[in-house]
Design a protein around this ligand. Structure first.
Ligand code: RFL
Ligand code: PHB
Length: 389
């Protein structure tokens, strides 16, 4: 089998890259370890930056997002009983879109299904060979048969636990990491959202977030210990704890119901440098992880896709390899700014078990500064709606 670009991983980054390359006449094969149903059952991101929406438009995959997604012009931030609104629209002229990652992925699979591009599911033993040469290959087992795909380039879009990153030799790779001593317990429930905009809440019992997927589907998170499991929490315990962590005006009108999904995500900041090795390029969670507080994971994956597809277009359409030589440098510049924002917002909003009373005072002082200072609000809003590519 031969193609121009092998994309390892059929999550949102791999599919978005595949769709945009397809539009430009570049042939791709996507190889995915799981089944499509499994990929579509993962509940993850919910907030999309304007840049992500533009990429979906470019891929001709934004129709449903435009009809079913919600434009959010601001968000609420609370601490104790204090609440203030960050008005993205007024501060930056931009908004974000609330539309689930699951739906983005579904739309991208649907679009790919209408093309003649190959997608192989449930692949095993994926290995990358000769990435430093001009003729790399990807070998794998599919339906019990060993296959080798010859290609020009490999896009490693296989998430944090994929094979792509670790195919870059250890002596070439530097990994930077911060593990936070807490996680997020999240539930999805078929109840109306407590507010029409998100609420990020710093409470002395721990962080809480009120989010949504649509008018009848809510997504809520509470900070939990990394040693807990979802089974440790009944729905009633979750709702009670959430109510204690948000201002009473919202707690009083929170509509509760049975959870239809419950999971715990650990919080981690992680960056791999470089994001390329020869003709292998890392995109999305394969190269970096952010704690979810700033809603940046999927959005940063999208900016990687932007830099990579432009580099590949330069190569195929203009015969220049400048873009592909500079991919890692360009992508990392934005990745690190997004890491900074996610780390800052996470540190501001959570109760760290190791924090001193002084640290707690400083958190509240910073929130008060943010509440009352237009420049601080503008800086935060610019990051939240998405830095330019
Ligand atoms: P994914 O989604 O992990 O997809 C990688 C795919 O690669 C496959 N794979 C392999 N395929 C072939 N061979 C192998 N050896 C393979 N190994 C793995 C996997 O099966 C999978 O299908 O990575 P991708 O595409 O880079 O996308 C990244 C996003 O999923 C992630 O950054 C976001 O979900 C993070 N995130 C959020 N991001 C946002 O931008 N906004 C948000 O509001 C937001 N909320 C969140 C989040 C992540 C969360 N969790 C669960 C960590 C909320 C949560 C709770
Ligand atoms: C979500 O809706 O899943 C969500 C929203 C905002 C975040 C993280 C997750 O910061």
């Amino acid at each position: 089998m031969r193609t121009q670009v092998v994309i390892i991983g059929g999550g949102p980054s791999g599919l978005l890259l595949g769709q945009i390359l397809h539009k430009h006449g570049i042939d791709t094969v996507v190889v995915e370890r799981q089944t499509k149903d499994y990929v579509l059952s993962r509940i993850r991101a919910g907030v999309l930056e304007r840049g992500f929406v533009s990429l979906l438009e470019e891929a001709d995959c934004a129709d449903r997002l435009h009809s079913e997604g919600f434009t959010h012009d601001g968000t609420l931030i609370s601490y104790g009983e204090e609440t203030f609104r960050l008005d993205f629209k007024e501060l930056t002229g931009s908004s974000v879109t609330v539309y689930g990652q699951t739906e983005v992925t579904r739309d991208l699979y649907e679009a790919r299904g209408k093309t003649d591009a190959t997608t192989l599911f449930q692949v095993e033993d994926v290995e990358i060979q000769e990435a430093k040469s001009q003729a790399p290959t990807v070998s794998l087992t599919h339906e019990g048969v060993k296959k080798t795909i010859q290609c020009d380039f490999i896009a490693g879009c296989d998430g944090f636990h994929g094979v792509s990153r670790t195919s870059i030799p250890a002596e070439v790779r530097t990994e930077y990491e911060k593990i936070y001593p807490f996680g997020w317990l999240g539930i999805l429930s078929e109840t109306p959202p407590v507010n029409h905009e998100l609420i990020y809440s710093n409470s002395n019992r721990g962080f809480a977030l009120c989010s949504m997927r649509n008018n009848a589907l809510s997504r809520y998170y509470i900070q939990c210990s990394i040693n807990e499991t979802p089974q440790d929490w009944t729905d009633d315990q979750f709702w009670d704890e959430l109510k204690r962590r948000i201002p009473s005006e919202f707690a009083e009108r929170l509509v509760v119901g049975p959870s239809i999904e419950k999971s715990i995500a650990p919080l981690r900041s992680f960056v791999c440098e470089p994001m390329q090795w020869g003709r292998l390029f890392l995109c999305g969670d394969a190269a970096h992880i952010v704690p979810p507080t700033g809603a940046k994971g999927l959005n940063t994956a999208a900016s990687d896709v932007y830099y990579l597809y432009n580099a590949l277009l330069e190569f195929y359409k203009q015969g220049s390899d400048e873009g592909i030589q500079n991919y890692s440098q360009k992508a990392l510049k934005r990745v690190l700014k997004t890491q900074r924002f996610s780390w800052w917002f996470s540190s501001l909003m959570h109760q760290n078990p190791d924090q001193s009373e002084f640290d707690a005072k400083m958190q509240i002082a910073e929130l008060e500064f943010l509440r009352s200072n237009a420049s601080a609000q503008k800086a935060m809003a610019e990051n939240y709606v998405g830095l330019p590519y």
